[in-house]
Design a protein around this ligand. Structure first.
Ligand SMILES: C[S@@+](CC[C@H](N)C(=O)[O-])C[C@H]1O[C@@H](n2cnc3c(N)ncnc32)[C@H](O)[C@@H]1O
Length: 232
């Protein structure tokens, strides 16, 4: 059988439930993003979700902040146009979505909050640092990036242990054929970093290490919050 690349389009109609069954604890991560957003979203700025898929996270962030921050703008971008029908249902005057590759987006400016959940891992490795730099530069002082990625474990033994336990967990929701099929399909598309590589890239992009903190972790999935400090 010739393996195909994983298709986000194929899963678009039920993508939120697909990702909830694929990434344990992702609901908690999303609700943390929504809770944390209250500290960062500012009137007159933009909140950006990179690789926004169905738009549900961005919509929830808007819902949380709208009563107190009527003057904020919310923009979701995703390279996959099959999410557009779900965007239409969520659209609001200050909430827009665009089919756009994150590498070519022209709206990196005046950002108070950026979320980028499990998206950087689908970009070529040489495209990641330039994107992180652009995000850091586009954040207002005091603005924040929340980034989540699947990472490689620090040792082969840990990688083996966590991978197999994770696959067992997935079998609660998917058949063996589906689990293996997805692993095959993602093989050429998703290139992981170690957590150390991710943190180094965030520092290289401009975030001070003292202002990067882990906010969530489950198996080999991790999320970091980086705050841009005031510049002298
Ligand atoms: C694993 S999904 C995560 C989606 C969403 N952030 C979430 O947590 O539910 C990765 C998303 O990134 C999008 N994506 C992949 N490469 C992209 C790129 N170069 N620019 C914009 N979006 C991209 C995919 O279409 C997909 O919706």
């Amino acid at each position: 059988m010739m393996p195909h690349d994983f298709s986000f389009a194929e899963h678009a109609p039920e993508f939120d439930s697909h990702i909830e069954q694929s990434i344990p604890g992702v609901r908690q991560l999303r609700s943390m993003c929504v809770g944390l957003s209250r500290r960062f979203v500012q009137n007159g700025t933009t909140v950006l979700d990179i690789g926004c898929s169905t738009g549900s996270l961005l919509s929830a962030i808007r819902h949380m902040n709208q009563p107190a921050r009527l003057g904020a703008r919310y923009v979701g971008i995703d390279a996959e146009r099959a999410f557009a029908p779900q965007w239409r249902e969520r659209r609001a005057p200050n909430l827009t979505f665009q089919v756009c590759d994150a590498r070519n987006f022209r709206g990196y400016r005046n950002l108070s909050l950026v979320t980028c959940l499990f998206t950087l891992q689908f970009l070529g490795e040489s495209d990641r640092l330039p994107l992180l730099r652009r995000l850091h530069d586009a954040l207002i002082p005091g603005g924040a990036l929340i980034i989540a990625e699947k990472v490689f474990a620090p040792s082969a033994q840990l990688q083996d242990a966590l991978t197999f336990d994770y696959l067992d967990m997935k079998l609660q929701h998917f058949s063996e054929r589906e689990v293996l099929g997805k692993e095959r399909a993602l093989r050429g598309q998703m290139r992981l970093w170690t957590e150390q590589q991710l943190v180094s890239a965030l520092c290289e992009a401009g975030f001070q290490s003292a202002n990067i903190v882990e906010i969530w972790r489950n198996y080999l999935f991790v999320a970091k919050l980086g705050i841009k400090t005031w510049e002298r």
